[in-house]
Design a protein around this ligand. Structure first.
Ligand code: SF4
Ligand code: SF4
Length: 509
């Protein structure tokens, strides 16, 4: 509602100050820009903190919005950080617009007007020779425009590889100084080779894609074009190995090895779909199996990666390919079927819990399942969880469906019962339909068929409630995740969407 639909560009100006004259400055600027110069239409004055934050959120959303564009054309960062004296910014924007129009290249741009620093993302498909040529031509013309305006190829980021071929022209006599400094401290050219000082004249050498790029059939689940698109979405920005400001990837953060990052997995999978690695070479490699195993499906990369590479999905499929070729270990099979194990153990809970206290038995369990004997397993319930209603159903009480999951069903019945007691006080009645394990163990251990069967059964049981608008509550976060996100991905059905729309985590209900 703040920004009209057909807006082409937005300029945000923030004023700081203690007194009311600040607002007058804003009104004055708007009058000059809109009424006198005729540069814009409308103009919004944000008076309070909430409105200001809303506007700044728009700016912050710019990068993710551009990066998430789908299709073969991608936002390519080759004129990404140019900076010109702020008073020359209008000339730069005019020139940029003309260059891009001449080459029929769509683009998005955002930046810091006050500093004359603009990030431009032209949309190109770098697997087409024509677009590669456009990239070279546009880069040459834009950098010469920037030079003519007294600007620099990078304002807030490094020069990297992509600007290196232009630095000689930008730096003039200083370039020789760069050259000799580099030569003295790095005579063999092994530190950041080709950055700043390089012999390259073209930015299209060493392209990730390039005109010869093609995908080859692999005979694996990765031949699907949507999955290939997911793999190719990774543009190598390295945010997933950032030590600050992100939570992804926790495995990389803990182990500090690039091979555990989503980027490394995307690179390996790209090598597979490109035919650089044969399926047996990759999927049969114990190192690949280890790094796929280490992804514990936290989904942090999916929410933080600027291009939304669905690495959790790709990892699950990789795991399924590994299982197809190498089978599943006994312990993984046990976890996939924890429902049966739990049912059996809780039927004879006294004996199971007694046995689990015996050191020798814990050693056997460790050998079978990999669960450390040093860990205290929660005891099994006496029988599967069954709700005990404190009071009989009162007319008008709101019905809520409960998804207890294996943990409450076989190990912590008190949690489910407490939720029921609590909701009864709020005049709500819990019901538990005939449900199965949520299937998360199967999903993450590569048994996709098993996960699908469980998902289908749960959706069948929950749909009659969800389609009547009855909320579904889960106490286990993994079960909630399965119901809210994983089933949609796994089944791709409207029914899964309807159910997902009614699911709540108990703590947020
Ligand atoms: S997976 Fe995402 S965050 Fe990581 S390098 Fe690729 S694009 Fe960047
Ligand atoms: S889902 Fe896997 S790859 Fe992504 S952040 Fe979590 S552990 Fe890392």
């Amino acid at each position: 509602d703040l920004i009209p639909q057909d807006t082409e560009a937005i300029l945000l100006v923030e004023f700081e100050g203690e007194d009311a004259s600040i607002e007058a400055k804003g009104i004055d600027l708007r009058a000059r820009v809109v009424d006198e110069i005729g540069l814009g239409t409308g103009g919004v004055l944000a008076h309070d903190k909430g409105q200001m934050e809303k506007l700044w959120r728009l700016r912050k959303a710019a990068v993710p919005m551009v990066m998430k564009s789908t299709g073969r054309r991608r936002p390519i960062p080759f004129i990404e950080d140019v900076v010109v004296p702020p008073q020359r910014l209008p000339d730069f924007l005019d020139g940029l617009h003309t260059i891009l129009e001449n080459y029929a290249v769509d683009s998005a741009a955002y930046g810091h007007a006050g500093e004359g620093n603009i990030h431009v993302r032209p949309l190109l498909d770098l697997s087409r020779q024509k677009d590669i040529e456009k990239m070279e031509a546009v880069a040459g013309e834009v950098y010469s425009l920037v030079r003519g305006l007294g600007g620099s190829p990078s304002g807030e980021h490094g020069d990297g590889l992509v600007r290196a071929p232009f630095l000689k022209d930008f730096s003039g006599p200083l370039y020789e100084l760069f050259f000799w400094t580099k030569r003295i401290f790095d005579p063999k050219g092994i530190l950041n080779p080709d950055k700043k000082i390089c012999d390259k004249v073209s930015i299209s050498e060493d392209l990730r894609f390039g005109a010869s790029y093609e995908n080859v059939p692999t005979g694996t689940g990765f031949d699907d074009k949507n999955l290939i698109e997911q793999i190719e979405r990774c543009h190598g920005c390295g945010m997933c190995r950032s030590a600050v400001d992100t939570t992804m990837c926790p495995v990389y953060k803990a182990l500090g090895d690039e091979k555990y990052t989503p980027r490394a997995k995307a690179n390996l999978l790209r090598a597979l779909v490109r035919g650089r690695l044969k399926p047996d070479e990759l999927i049969g490699d114990p190192q690949f199996r280890e790094l796929i195993d280490m992804c514990y499906q936290c989904r942090m990369c999916l929410s933080e990666c600027p291009t939304e590479v669905n690495m959790p999905l790709l990892t699950k499929l990789a795991k399924a390919e590994i299982v197809k070729r190498h089978g599943m270990s006994l312990s993984d099979r046990m976890f996939c079927n924890f429902e049966s194990v739990g049912r059996l153990a809780s039927r004879s809970a006294l004996a199971s819990n007694f046995l689990m206290r015996i050191a020798a038995m814990r050693a056997v369990v460790e050998w079978l399942s990999g669960l450390s004997r040093a860990r205290n397993m929660p005891p099994f319930n006496k029988g599967q969880f069954k709700l005990k209603k404190k009071s009989s159903l009162l007319r008008g009480r709101r019905v809520v469906v409960y998804f207890p999951g294996c943990f409450v069903n076989f190990m912590d019945a008190r949690l489910g019962q407490s939720l029921s007691n609590l909701l009864e006080r709020a005049d709500m009645e819990l019901v538990v339909p005939d449900l199965s394990c949520c299937g998360i163990p199967s999903l993450s251990l590569g048994d996709l068929d098993g996960a699908r069967k469980r998902a289908e059964r749960n959706i069948r049981a929950l749909l009659p409630f969800a389609s009547k608008g009855i909320p579904i509550v889960a106490t286990c976060p993994s079960c909630a995740l399965a119901l809210k996100k994983e089933y949609i991905e796994l089944l791709g059905t409207e029914e899964a969407q309807v159910v997902a729309g009614m699911v709540h985590d108990a703590t947020a209900f």
